[in-house]
Write a protein that binds this ligand. Structure first.
Ligand code: ASC
Length: 151
């Protein structure tokens, strides 16, 4: 073996271990990533649902409550995506998340834009705007579920 072959023999495993380590850095094992993203999505759905009750007329409109829930949804919508890294397949996630990752990222970005809009509407206290923005967020949830979540 010459020095070049030796270099490849050492560098390649180091590169692979580093790449995997970076992806899993925030999570000890894939199950931890699955639990994290499912938890973030569950809490987000809960606060989104509280706004939904107001939008559907099932609960009275309280500006401050809706504003707080919308701020939480906007923040929570930034969290799940870091937990879909390489090697974290499983749960209700379809393989297309990894095989068509650009499309998944675009869907995740759309949700975050829509939740930021909902938050702006909620902070301004205009229920008609909240209703419109709520619908756009729901569509962003559904679009991603249709393409990337097991039925
Ligand atoms: C929710 C929730 C979702 C979305 C989706 C919108 O409240 O839990 O997953 O809205 O149903 O289409």
């Amino acid at each position: 073996m010459n020095f070049r072959q030796l270099g490849i023999k050492i560098a390649l495993p180091v590169l692979l271990v580093t790449a995997t380590g970076a992806a899993l850095a925030q999570f000890q094992k894939p199950e931890d990533a699955i639990k994290y993203r499912q938890s973030a999505l569950t809490v987000m759905a809960n606060h989104f649902g509280r706004i939904g009750a107001v939008v559907k007329g099932e609960a009275p409109y309280n500006k401050d409550d809706v504003a707080k829930n919308a701020a939480l949804v906007a923040t929570l919508s930034t969290l799940p995506w870091q937990a879909f890294g390489p090697g974290t397949e499983g749960g209700k996630a379809l393989p297309e998340i990894w095989s068509d990752n650009a499309k998944f990222k675009s869907a995740a970005d759309k949700l975050q834009v829509a939740t930021a809009d909902l938050n702006s509407a909620a902070q301004s206290g205009n229920l008609d705007n909240v209703k419109k923005a709520f619908g756009a967020v729901g569509q962003a949830c559904k679009a991603c579920h249709d393409d990337f979540r097991k039925k």
